[in-house]
Design a protein around this ligand. Sequence first.
Ligand SMILES: Cc1cc2nc3c(=O)[nH]c(=O)nc-3n(C[C@H](O)[C@H](O)[C@H](O)COP(=O)(O)OP(=O)(O)OC[C@H]3O[C@@H](n4cnc5c(N)ncnc54)[C@H](O)[C@@H]3O)c2cc1C
Length: 462
Amino acid sequence: MLEPAYQADVVVVGAGVAGLSAAHRLSSAGVTTAVLEAAPCVGGRMATEKVDGFRLDRIGQLLSTAYPELASTPGLDALVLRPFAPGVLLHSDGRHHRAGAQAGAGGARGALHAVRALASAPRPGALPRVRANAVAAPPRVRAGAPLGTAVDQARLGAALTRIAATPAERLLRRPEAPAAEALAARGVPARTIDGFLRPLLAALLCDPDLTTSSRCADLALRAFAAGRLCLPEGGAEVLPELLARTLPPGTVHTGVRVTAVSTTSVTTAEHGEFRCRAVLVATDARTAAELLPGLRVPDFHPVTVLHHTTDDPPTTGAALLLDADRGGPVAHTTVTSRIDPSRAPAGRTLISTTVLGTPPPGVDTAVRMHLSRLYGTSTARWETLAVHHTPEAVPAMRAPHDLRRPVRLLAGLYVCGDHRDTSTVQGALHSAHRAAAAILSDLGAAGSMHVADPLPTMRRAA
Ligand SMILES: Cc1cc2nc3c(=O)[nH]c(=O)nc-3n(C[C@H](O)[C@H](O)[C@H](O)COP(=O)(O)OP(=O)(O)OC[C@H]3O[C@@H](n4cnc5c(N)ncnc54)[C@H](O)[C@@H]3O)c2cc1C
């Protein structure tokens, strides 16, 4: 049982990346912090399932090296990012077309190349741990169709270069509209929009219809243009695990579900009430609204992630493959084990595929048929390792979307998570950053220097 007299300075509800990174910032400032997590392990949505030596993410994680919080969040120093190479491949009319090609080639696509060159240049504060992939089988690719003519491609390259160099604050001052509408006004040819920008943004925003606010879409495009798209080495769970490891022993308590919160206490289903000086709710949006009446429950985008293995790996290298023709349920797919060999046992191939929106009936069959066209090979003998469907995967960010929702509700009551910023890892970490700063300010710069174990008899995460 909980010790009823005990007071932690701050109780954080939820051990996703937001809760864990806030806890790290608080405890680093000398504030005693207890993190209560309902699930048996930390990580929230960033979970990785282990099946027969494969590491299977529940989410189709795409991270950008241009996410500022990945570089600035304490505790993520050991994070290794594995880049897609050669970036993005577009499938159209049975062929693969390279988009966002490597620096060095000249000609009409120079502007696009310039974008990638910018991405690979070292930037102050940028993550240095982008590790090149050992295996990069050269895919059969060609420039052209979905990106339009050489002139179209140069215009696209110029647009991406411009957005990469535009400060985020300026992007956020632009008029706001649904992303699909705003794209048409960007001076980029319709063919390039339909063949490249739409499928790319849908993948980045988990939003197949591009109803997302154009400001959020601009931020996503800016991160794409200014950075490199990567997967975290070892799987999505590596981020929360790294964060949890930085916390003082005994900070995180798993299997503890919070049922009510106030400015000075939390009530748990398993251990009754205990008191504290401040509560930070770092759960998903729906639970946050249950615990904090008055918070809005957003709409959500559903996402389904499928993992397959085969003895006969496709020849698309380590690229992120998008379907410019949108000829089936697959939004994006990749040979994950080529990007990050730690995701599959030696000699095995892992292919991971994301379906956005409500999946069709018999999703695995529909996906295999689509994959056979995308990869140009039979998938009949592929083995399905997992099908993960998350109905409330990411909060929708429809216009008008407030990218800086308040994290301080009252003195003593705070909230963070991806629903307070953008529906991304960057947004979750940034909201945690803001919430920790607000708490530290309210508690006073010195914070508390308690070192006592906050919850001595509760079950703890490893
Ligand atoms: C399928 C999918 C694909 C995605 N793709 C991308 C992508 O490509 N790029 C990207 O940047 N982001 C992506 N995301 C989004 C990203 O994963 C999330 O934004 C981020 O993980 C949110 O972290 P969080 O800490 O805010 O919330 P969560 O991870 O949801 O953490 C909340 C925690 O609170 C716990 N909790 C809930 N209720 C209680 C309670 N009552 N008591 C105690 N604990 C409780 C939960 O168990 C959970 O551990 C994707 C998400 C999904 C699901």
